[in-house]
Design a protein around this ligand. Structure first.
Ligand SMILES: [Zn+2]
Length: 267
């Protein structure tokens, strides 16, 4: 388009442009609808069988981290420990203190990071630079903490469609051990490692899910986005009641479009 003449541009926009646009939107709409149906099915099944699933021996498989590398809360970056934008919203000093508490073993960044976009907006940086900003932040944090930078996870490497967030829930994890992606029976969701990192991340997850990059308006009082407050009896920072109360303060802002449930691991 940059090299085309004005006449060609007009011709394109008259003949191919609008059709292309409609076709792209149509494909995306189909993808969103298909993802919505699939993920709602998993969510509905989980909600209907929660007690059975939570008491089954295989449920423990979702609490078995194989590394302590910092990743974003994004549902596309499963495993390890999760803080929005790999701690980009915390500031360096706070991030370093929390990494130490978390006993982290490395830092990642990822493409298409909503937290990095939020950071750019707050810091007065052009949001189109978010990808570079995310990468540079993670490298800076790695250097300052002495931990290895374990790379930039590309959109293609992520465990969700490149085009959208397909999370139907968020796991507000106070066990510091959860990887819901290990268990297909668990609905796909953001993970906030609340045991080590800040509570504000939950609000960001909800905003993404209910916004244009998530299922958006499909979340309603009838089909809410779920927040699961996850505690382990021996391994948690807060009591299950404290954790739920904290999550509730965020959930309540969304007029019934977000529901809260507690998951308490058996001892
Ligand atoms: Zn992110």
């Amino acid at each position: 388009m940059v090299t085309s003449t004005g006449a060609e541009t007009r011709k394109n926009s008259e003949s191919e442009g609008p059709e292309e646009m409609i076709s792209t939107e149509h494909v995306l709409e189909e993808l969103v609808q298909q993802e919505w149906q699939e993920k709602q099915e998993v969510l509905t099944n989980f909600l209907a069988n929660r007690e059975k699933i939570q008491n089954s021996p295989e449920f423990k498989m979702a609490f078995n981290l194989t590394d302590r590398t910092i990743r974003c809360v994004d549902e596309g970056t499963p495993g390890g420990l999760h803080c929005a934008g790999s701690c980009i919203l915390l500031g360096l000093e706070n991030a370093l203190a929390r990494l130490k508490t978390a006993n982290a073993d490395g830092i990642t960044s990822h493409e298409g990071c909503g937290a990095a976009v939020a950071y750019c907006k707050t810091a007065g940086i052009d949001p189109s630079l978010a990808d570079t900003v995310a990468r540079e932040w993670a490298q800076k944090l790695a250097q300052a903490s002495g931990l290895p930078y374990k790379g930039h996870i590309t959109a293609e490497q992520m465990a969700r469609p490149v085009e959208m967030h397909n999370a139907v829930c968020a796991y507000y994890d106070d066990t510091g051990q959860m990887n819901p992606a290990l268990l297909k029976i668990l609905p796909p969701g953001f993970v906030v490692s609340r045991k080590y990192f800040g509570g504000d991340d939950l609000d960001l997850c909800i905003q993404i899910a209910l916004g244009d990059h998530g299922f958006g308006k499909r979340f309603s009082k009838e089909n809410p986005f779920y927040v699961f407050a996850v505690s382990g009896n021996n391994n948690s920072e807060f009591s299950a009641e404290e954790l739920a109360a904290e999550a509730r303060a965020t959930v309540e802002k969304y007029n019934g479009r977000v529901a809260l449930e507690s998951i308490i691991l058996p001892v």
